[in-house]
Design a protein around this ligand. Sequence first.
Ligand SMILES: Nc1ncnc2c1ncn2[C@@H]1O[C@H](COP(=O)(O)OP(=O)(O)OP(=O)(O)O)[C@@H](O)[C@H]1O
Ligand SMILES: [Mg+2]
Length: 499
Amino acid sequence: MSAATDASATLARYRAVRREVEQAVLPLATSIDGRRFSFQASLHGLALQLGGYVILEGEGGARLGQVLDLHEAVAEVGSLRSGSADDGALESRLRLRVAEGAGVVLDGPPAPFHDALARPAITDEVRVWLERTAPHRARLAIGGLALERGVPFALDAGGFDRHTFLCGQSGSGKTYALGVLLEQLLLKTGLRIVVLDPNSDFVRLARPRDDVAPAQAEAWRRRAEGVVVRAADAPEQARLGLRFSELSAPSQAALLRLDPVADRAEYAELAEAMRARPRTPEDLAAKAGELSGDLRLRIANLGVSDLGVWAREEAGSVLEDLDDPRIRCLVIDLGSLPTLVEQRLVAEAVLAALWNGRARRRPVLVVIDEAHNVCPASPEDALSARATDHTMRIAAEGRKFGLYLLLSTQRPQKVPDNVVSQCDNLVLLRLNNAADAAYAREIFSFAPASLVGLASTFRQGQALIGGKLASHPALVTFGARVSEEGGGDVPADWARAGS
Ligand SMILES: Nc1ncnc2c1ncn2[C@@H]1O[C@H](COP(=O)(O)OP(=O)(O)OP(=O)(O)O)[C@@H](O)[C@H]1O
Ligand SMILES: [Mg+2]
């Protein structure tokens, strides 16, 4: 036999032995505190998966666990001899490649264990555990577990007494998921909701979709009677408007780009003129009568009187809606306002009014879609800066007054750090950008970094949900919406073959 044939036979034998030993590695788990465990398993036919559920059968009975780390490792287990002593024996170290991992015990006796046999949980085991341990509060049926087909997953509605951060890249399904959450909150809880809607995505929230069952559609119609949408282009009663006199002095100054020190004469003049409580800047000019040229020119040059947002009739101030107990969910269609100034003005005025009304301690969920536009980390003007300021205050202190935030954005870094870091709930959809993912891993330390790291693999509608909302950091798939999606649909037939 040639040396080459010899070598290849040795290699084949080495591989065969290695495979046999690798396959024989039992999936065994150990825990020294009964809460966290580590395990080793064969890579051949590996059935455990990151974020998935596992049954650990060992001392003290069976436990349910969740895998939070899973990686490949090399284990050296002695050496393999080939050839005879006469031919010159060859020793090769036997390097096994195995799976190693770690996880947490979700259910079972809280005692240490060693060498518990680990196997993937079957769907029913997970379903039964979720049902048995569900809190006695309202449960929000938002979809199912991503890794256990057919197992529904419900959020603990009580978790919305913490701020919630929802993020994912464009198209990951944030607005859709937000719709599912709002539907469930409206159906299952009594929490009041105010939605700042920069893209007009929730203007059809009150309407059931065509494809839902008639009974479900009817139930939604009834529940949605408390949903009020305010839009700039709506008929008089539903029009989105503001009164100049309702704005606080700093808001008026921000709109007029007045600095209380640098522009002290105009600032003081405005304060004096406001004693007449003019509804619009036109009234301001008319009623105050004797405005100085500078202030009049400023109002004219900034086109403030021409803004369409001013409520000229009795009805129509969105700030009054905030206090109207008949309104269960107020959708403020910022996207219907034609200018950026109006959008920023309304967002600022609403956030200011919510903050200034905090002493009433009426629980309200403040939903901000496209939060990077409403409360940006780097505001471009005084109005945005004030909106960001109010959001930061609500984030830091709002909870004790019943002001809860639900923020949605594509890029977490574009919202101020001290807003994001106040969020104790995370709904993370697909996030491909490595820098965004690293930021999310760092700031949401309550969510396992390994699961946050999976965000780049999520399909549309898949998410990691962690925090008080969820019994455990769960990988989920959002279910179907009952209500219509808003916004203008972009036709997708432009790529049709032959067109
Ligand atoms: N879970 C889902 N089931 C069915 N369709 C979905 C789901 N999630 C998203 N979609 C659809 O995918 C499209 C994009 O979703 P969506 O508008 O929610 O993305 P987004 O993350 O809000 O994007 P952007 O940041 O650009 O606003 C929509 O047409 C929506 O209907
Ligand atoms: Mg969106």
